[in-house]
Design a protein. Structure first.
Length: 133
């Protein structure tokens, strides 16, 4: 089987929570690697984080999203905060650390959700990778 076919099958086997976790883990690793927020790569990474959160917010607004409405509202509020704080980071007015902390907090919730469904093992290794970065 080709690598592309394997990746496609792996993606199809993942739960939405696992995909969301993996997206957050990747962008969080990149956020942790930022040394100079004015560097082009840092700006790109902050915008990638906004894009991930924007995608989450779009999904949360879909009527078929199964999450309870109060949780949807809280997550959309977090998305709005991520946008505001990211602009402050890019202007040099705020630290990137709170963005990382929010991402890790959501990742922990996603990992718990996966563990509750018997899929926590795959997420646990990713959490260690992000923490070690």
């Amino acid at each position: 089987m080709s690598i592309k076919a394997y990746q496609t099958n792996q993606t199809r086997a993942d739960t939405p929570a696992q995909v969301e976790y993996r997206l957050l883990a990747e962008v969080t690793r990149r956020l942790l690697s930022i040394e100079d927020v004015k560097a082009p790569k840092a700006t790109e990474t902050v915008y990638e984080n906004i894009t991930v959160w924007s995608t989450f917010a779009s999904d949360l607004m879909m009527p078929e999203n199964p999450l309870p409405d109060p949780l949807k509202a809280q997550l959309i509020s977090l998305f709005l905060w991520v946008q505001r704080h990211s602009r402050q980071v890019l202007r040099g007015e705020a630290s990137i650390t709170p963005l990382v902390e929010v991402n890790k907090s959501i990742m922990a919730g996603l990992a718990e959700q996966g563990a509750a469904k018997g899929a926590g093992g795959a997420n646990e290794g990713s959490a260690r990778t992000v923490d070690a970065a």
